[in-house]
Ligand binder design. Structure first.
Ligand code: 523
Length: 133
């Protein structure tokens, strides 16, 4: 049995758009787009990990809003992806760590970027929520 590792990601929304971040590493993921986030550290709740990751990676303070239902197994054994919608509290996102580009996508622009495979279901749900307003 491999250890269970939770990776959290944020569907960060502002003014009806979703933030997409382009990975700069590792080589096999570079150039693909994702919902920013990362692995839980020991003792962290998923929400705490998300707040930390969004600060480290984008330099912003953000607030998790609600979990997008579901959990997606990742390529590595034991790894699962969980996604929260989130809103910005302060700061303007910048690609500080692990990313080299950011885009705010409107609900009808979700296909404009090459999302990581495992992010696609959560991105579709985030787009649906954005359309609902
Ligand atoms: N994903 C993924 N989608 C997504 C994230 C944030 C991560 O598919 N939105 C995958 C990519 C990696 C694994 O989850 O295979 C870990 O993500 P990573 O590298 O962003 O997390 P870190 O930086 O916490 O992990 P290490 O690079 O291993 O330190």
């Amino acid at each position: 049995m491999s250890e269970r590792v939770v990776v959290v990601a944020g569907a960060l929304c502002r003014a009806g758009r979703l933030l997409a971040a382009r990975r700069s590493a590792p080589a096999q993921l570079a150039g693909r787009w994702e919902l920013p986030g990362g692995k839980l550290e020991p003792g962290e709740s998923p929400e705490q990990a998300l707040v930390r990751e969004l600060y480290e990676e984008l330099g912003v303070r953000a607030e998790p809003l609600r979990r997008i239902e579901g959990e997606w197994p990742l390529g590595r054994p034991g790894y699962v992806l969980q996604v929260w919608t989130a809103r910005l509290i302060s700061g303007e996102p910048r690609p500080l760590e692990d990313h080299d580009a950011l885009r705010w996508l409107a609900p009808d622009e979700m296909d404009a970027v090459d999302w990581l495979d495992h992010d696609r279901p959560a991105v579709a749900e985030a787009a649906r929520l954005l359309r609902q307003g």
